[in-house]
Design a protein around this ligand. Structure first.
Ligand code: 5AD
Ligand code: SF4
Length: 466
């Protein structure tokens, strides 16, 4: 085991500000994985900014390269190892360059990263970012710098993240951290620790600052937002969502991720009540088979999930719904797989994120169940659900032809500077003629055509939420 020098890490005298008073060092950060990681990278840059580091988008100019990592599937980890090999060459040219791994891979792979393969100088887990400045200093002194301790309290509540996105229109705001659900396949509870909620006023203050800076959309983030709970239920997720919606009628509010077992009707009524709460719910089901859901320890059945979908459709007509799926989980039969396909058809998901099951070390599934569906069969089932989802997405998009939506413009279309892209409340991407509109504008757009991925439209006039 590596020893963590806590005394030194917590020493308030360790402050890079002094060291870089005359100039500054550059930090480059590369982010893999989910939106939580994107939000975390912004917290990390904020902490480093206050300690003499400037952010650079060019890794060749960096004195410190950080990779914010994801462990959710084996592929994600492989990608990071490949990237580290590439960065190793930079170190040959620049001996003082420091490379750090932060995020979910830190805890899981600390020994391999620091000791066996000596790939990095720093390893810092998702709850230890406040220690980064001290750890950088330690690494500069040639010592191994590591802190992967998980916390029951850390939410980085009062830290104002430095926005790394360039559009200045939409931002992620973290409202809670960790996950207590312990789904059988999932590594997140081990890499990100226990569930904890961030103090509501710090969330609302962060959003007010965003509004002042001209942002038009926030996405409230948590592994399971329905479990948001401040002060023993004083503020639950429904209340927080409502408080956010009331900050400004011109601010769009999104959230992710909801959990079928925990999503309440109270939340659905808040979504329905406020025009600026987007009519879109990401509600991962993972499988359509109750037997597999039980093995996955999801805590609900196919029928329960269908009940939640019915509630959404009743309370929020026109609400878009997306899901996550895992194919080839332990012991999944063709019958189970067919149930997934039939559930997809029944719901008519607008969009889905679909994955092959990837066994993760130390999870319940790895310890107790057999990963017995062959890789090529997992792949075959995955192709089948992707094909079905494409059909469902196309059908859902075709349904929108002729309808008019308020679109929040996010930027220019990749293909042409004469076209803009944005999203409607249902989170669908719409591309349309630019006219005089700018990113950040609300525009009324009529849908004239579509593919399974995108709606094509024509701008009608300046739109708005009010
Ligand atoms: N294998 C494949 N997919 C996984 N996910 C989580 N863990 C695994 C795993 N071990 C998927 C789930 C989850 C999404 C974020 O990633 O579908 O909802
Ligand atoms: Fe993982 Fe389940 Fe928590 Fe999602 S809810 S992060 S799948 S344990």
């Amino acid at each position: 085991m590596l020893k963590v020098d806590l005394k030194r890490i917590n020493d308030p005298k360790v402050n890079l500000k002094e060291k870089y008073a005359k100039g500054h060092s550059n930090v480059y950060i590369e982010t893999y994985g989910c939106q939580m990681n994107v939000a975390d990278s912004e917290v990390v840059v904020s902490i480093l900014n206050k300690n003499g580091f400037a952010y650079t988008e060019d890794y060749k100019l960096a004195d410190l390269i950080l990779i914010n990592t994801c462990s959710i599937r084996e592929n994600a980890e492989k990608r990071v190892f490949n990237r580290l090999e590439q960065f190793k060459h930079l170190k040959k040219k620049n001996k003082s360059l420091l490379i750090g791994i932060i995020g979910c891979m830190a805890e899981r792979l600390k020994e391999r990263l620091l000791e066996q393969e000596k790939l990095v100088d720093l390893v810092i887990g998702p709850d230890a970012y406040r220690d980064l400045p001290a750890l950088v200093q330690k690494a500069e002194g040639g010592q191994q710098a590591i802190n992967v301790l998980l916390s029951r309290e850390e939410t980085y509540a009062e830290i104002s993240p430095v926005r790394l996105d360039k559009n200045g229109v939409a931002a992620f705001v973290s409202i809670m951290r960790g996950c207590d659900n312990m789904c059988a396949y999932c590594v997140v509870p081990y890499t990100r620790g226990r569930e904890r909620s961030r103090k509501p006023d710090t969330i609302l203050n962060e959003i007010k600052e965003l509004i002042e800076k001209g942002y038009k959309e926030v996405t409230l983030l948590g592994q399971n937002v329905d479990k948001y709970n401040w002060d023993n239920g004083e503020v639950n997720f429904a209340k927080l969502l409502e408080m956010t919606a009331l900050l400004s009628p011109n601010l769009r509010v999104r959230f992710s991720t909801s959990y079928p077992q925990d999503m309440t009707d109270e939340v659905l009524h808040v979504i329905a009540k406020y025009d600026n709460v987007c009519k879109y719910i990401h509600l991962p089901v993972q499988s359509g088979s109750s037997r597999i859901l039980d093995l996955m320890k999801r805590g609900y059945t196919r029928e329960w999930y269908m009940g939640r979908i019915e509630a959404i459709k009743k309370i929020i007509p026109g609400c878009a719904i997306s899901s996550d799926f895992i194919t080839g989980f332990c012991s999944e039969t063709m019958g189970d797989h067919q149930e997934t396909l039939s559930l997809m058809e029944w719901v008519g998901f607008d969009y889905s994120y679909m994955f092959k099951y990837s066994e993760r070390p130390n999870t319940y599934a790895q310890r107790k169940l057999e990963d017995d569906v062959p890789e090529d069969e997992k792949g075959r089932r995955l192709s089948e659900i992707i094909e079905l989802q494409n059909k469902l997405s196309l059908k859902s998009n075709q349904n929108d032809i002729g309808k008019t939506f308020d679109v929040l413009v996010e930027g220019f279309s990749k293909k042409s500077k004469d076209r803009l892209f944005g999203r409607n409340s249902q989170n669908k991407v719409i591309v349309f003629n630019r006219n005089n509109y700018q990113p950040g504008n609300y525009v009324k757009v009529e849908v004239v055509d579509c593919t399974s991925a995108t709606l094509m439209g024509k701008a009608i006039n300046r739109g708005g939420l009010i």
